[in-house]
Structure formats: structure tokens, C-alpha cells
Design a protein around this ligand. Sequence first.
Ligand code: DC
Length: 224
Amino acid sequence: MQKINIAIDGPSSSGKSTLARNLAQHIGYIHIDSGAMYRAVTFYALQNGILDEGALCDALPHINITFHSNPDTGLSDTFLNGIKVESEIRSMEVSEQVSRIAAISPVRRAMVARQQAIGRDKGVVMDGRDIGSVVFPDAELKVFVTAPLDIRAHRRYNELLAKGVNITYKEVLRNIRERDRLDTTRQDSPLTPLPDAYILHNEKLSPDSQLQALLKLYPFAEQI
Ligand code: DC
């Protein structure tokens, strides 16, 4: 069967990365978490004390982001200039800054070009905010995953607690609310549900039911 590209967009902590990863594993596709790329750029800026937009744009050619599968976890880890940064890019410090960095147009252009290169031969499930609208506007299957803010904040809070991060629910809620605001109101490719996307409200669905829902859609998309 001919491979397709699958775009999975949605707000922070909507569970889209887990769903994208599960789907990709199930159908033998590559999974790319595009948010990890914006997080890696943000981590680079913080690490190098880059505060202004111009300096960050100048540094873009020196920011090499790659993904490698981890044989221990079976998951894909993010590498920045050859160094694994998977846990560093998930820190609260990065989460606080990433939406601001992701709103910078030259940063977006550079990331979109890399994402499109990865998808050139199809067979990719990519999750993010602008995958169906900008990265793969011709994706054969587009999904928008969402859940109410408090449910997403609770999910994220529990994930952070499990990792031993010292944080309150209120802080997590504030961060997610602010990222929602920035991601949906920025000028360049804001997050918005597309008319041709399948909307998945997942607050009452287990990860497996979500996967099953997409597995029902996927064969039709592949035949188009
Ligand atoms: O999916 P995430 O929460 O890890 O993404 C981190 C940030 O990156 C998010 O606040 C918005 C930005 N992002 C984006 O602007 N476009 C994408 N395709 C993916 C993420």
C-alpha cells in the first residue's frame, strides 16, 4: 500500500504525542514530535544565553536536531548537536519559554523546512500545532486532538509528579493556559482546528480507544 502522511495537531498536553507514537508504531511509520524541535531550539537559546531574536536566528544554522530510537525504552529521543536532550527539553524552564520562541517566524521557517524534508517520502505521523495547516497541508489524514484545559493540566501535573518534579498544580495550569493563549493567538501559523481534520475529544478515551478510532480512519485515508 502507498504510504501517506498523517498530521496530528492539538493543544499542550492533549495526549497527541502519545497517540501519534502509538499510531506510528502500529502501522510501521516514523513518528516525529515537532514540539520537541521547538523545545530543542529553546533549550539551545537558554543554554547559550541567547536573549534576542536576531542572535537566535543567526544561530539557527548551528542548531542540528535529530531523533534516535532508544533501545531501552523503545521511544525516540531528541538530540541537539549530537547530545541527547530528551529530559532537558521537557523541563519547566523550557516549557515557560518555548511558545515565545515558537512564535518567531524565522525559527518556524527553519523547523518547517526540516519537517517537510522528513515527510518528503511519506510514511510519517507528525504531531504539533501547524502540521495539517502548514507542514503537510496535503496530508491524507488530519486529526485535531483536544480535551478541556483542567484535564490537560491534571495530566501534565501527574506526569511531572511521576518524574519527581517539585511543582504545584496551579503552576502547571498557569503554564498550559498561557501556552494555549500564545499558541492560538500568534500571527504566524496559530493553532486552530482545520475544517478537514477529524476532531478527537479524548477526555473520556483511553490511549487504546484513541488508537482504535484512528485505525478505523487510516485505511480510507491511505486509499485516497
Ligand atoms: O507539543 P509541545 O507542548 O511539546 O510543544 C511545545 C511548544 O512548541 C508549544 O507550546 C508550541 C510549539 N509548537 C509549535 O508552535 N508548532 C509545532 N508544530 C509544535 C510545537
